[in-house]
Design a protein around this ligand. Structure first.
Ligand code: FE
Length: 131
């Protein structure tokens, strides 16, 4: 999906733009989904691709929505992020390249992964609203 930064700016809210396009991070315990427990699907706020299901969401205590796996391995991409003097693995939407958050190796079974995702990079669709 190719969009210019100007087009993204028009399409997204300022907070979505800051996270998805500028790799920003929302403050913990402030996002709309960290404590959200409804059944459904979390889609990319940039392009609408379904990324995470509520069944893989768990309470990590970090203040960000946390999942132990994406809906499909092809939905997200990750790479080593060494910015800010840290060594983290960044998670991006495969389709639009938007920044979602980071993935860590301290998650629960069965995967042991913790996908730590910004609420502002996601949109929630209730189960019955799925097409
Ligand atoms: Fe996307």
């Amino acid at each position: 999906m190719k969009r210019t930064e100007e087009e993204w700016k028009k399409e997204l809210t300022p907070e979505e733009y800051r996270i998805l396009r500028e790799k920003g991070t929302e403050a913990p315990f402030t996002g709309k989904y960290y404590n959200h427990k409804e059944e459904g699907t979390y889609t990319c706020a940039g392009c609408g691709t379904p990324l995470f299901g509520s069944e893989s969401k768990y309470e990590s205590g970090t203040g960000w929505p946390s999942f132990y796996k994406p809906i499909g391995e092809d939905k997200v991409e990750s790479w080593e992020d060494r910015s800010y003097g840290m060594n983290r693995t960044e998670v991006l939407c495969s389709k639009c390249g938007g920044h979602l958050g980071h993935v860590f190796d301290d998650g629960p079974r069965p995967t042991g992964k913790r996908y730590c995702i910004n609420s502002g990079a996601l949109k929630f669709k209730k189960k019955q609203e799925k097409e």
